[in-house]
Design a protein around this ligand. Sequence first.
Ligand code: PMP
Ligand code: GLN
Length: 381
Amino acid sequence: MTKEWLGGTTIFAEMSALAVRTGAINLGQGFPDTDGPEEVREAAVRALREGKGNQYPPGPGVPELRTAIAEHQLKRYGLVHDPDTEVLVTAGATEAIAAALLALVESGDEVIALEPYYDSYAACIGMAGGTRVPVTLRPRNGAYHLDLDELRDAVTDRTRLILLNTPHNPTGTVLTREELAAVAELAVERDLLVVTDEVYEHLVFEGEHIPLASFPGMRERTLTISSAGKTFSFTGWKVGWVTGTPELVTAVRSAKQFLTYVASGPFQYAIAEALRLPESYLEGLRADLRAKRDLLSAGLAAAGFEVYRPAGTYFVTTDIRPLGESDGFAFCRALPERCGVVAVPNAVFYDHQKQGAPFVRFAFCKRTGVLEEAVSRLRGL
Ligand code: PMP
Ligand code: GLN
């Protein structure tokens, strides 16, 4: 299992290149095809003009952004964080994940991750010298579920941490209060750390997002990761962050300083302003994505897919077996030629690739007209 990521490209890069090559509609890689709020873009331009962040910003992130992140965690979730010692700005959630794992995982440690998992988890656990232990989310009654017994059974004396992700990419599952409470209890009982990837915290259509750090006994053992890429539709700006105890955040900062040191100077100022946008911004984002979720889910169902309608994120997972197909890889590689649409095979997110073989993910963070065109093309399958 050593360096299995060497020489490869991510599925997102592969599929986006396929979309460019074939001119197909790209519902593979998850990025919006319209930019985030005008006033946030203007804030970035202002920062650039005023020379804010054009040179190395402070290692932990600019104070304006760290304060805005602490305010966000307090206002939304009642979580109190000192912006100076308990908040760290990173180059997207991607760097936060990498730095957290590099800082916390020793060679031979086991890291439990929910399978299917976001692709960087496997690579970063490997880079940190850890061993990944997948706990598989199972599809049932139109949604994916965490089996708490399987999670409990996965913990051993060598388990260092649980790497959680809710709302979950690619399945769209949002873990419930009961599920999160059980994860928290387990972490406390077995004295585990949890790194929780909550980048889709604001993209929830059913249920609610509850940060794991807000459960009893969790604040002191949880590193919470989020990103402006998803919440404000600026995936290219690469502004992410972690919050946690001074000890945990310092550990992440120690690793981060030798990865990028710092990044995204002017954009950090702009995201500080974005975090203070009125609630109506987030309500509008959710309403827009909810309508798009419904449009794409209905279209995929009409085209013959079995659809797992997501409670959160901007991805919908489908089962291609009703179409007489069983190999998601082959299906996705052929789809642009067959009907001019690009999607992602969920098998890449699995260790148990067979489990993931018949599932395919479509992104719906695209303009309505683009989704309508994709749906009409998919009907021709
Ligand atoms: N975690 C998950 C679950 C994601 O889906 C993504 C990205 N799309 C990331 C992390 C990375 O976020 P960022 O672009 O901020 O690095
Ligand atoms: N998170 C995005 C997705 O799941 C892709 C990010 C990337 O390309 N690394 O599609």
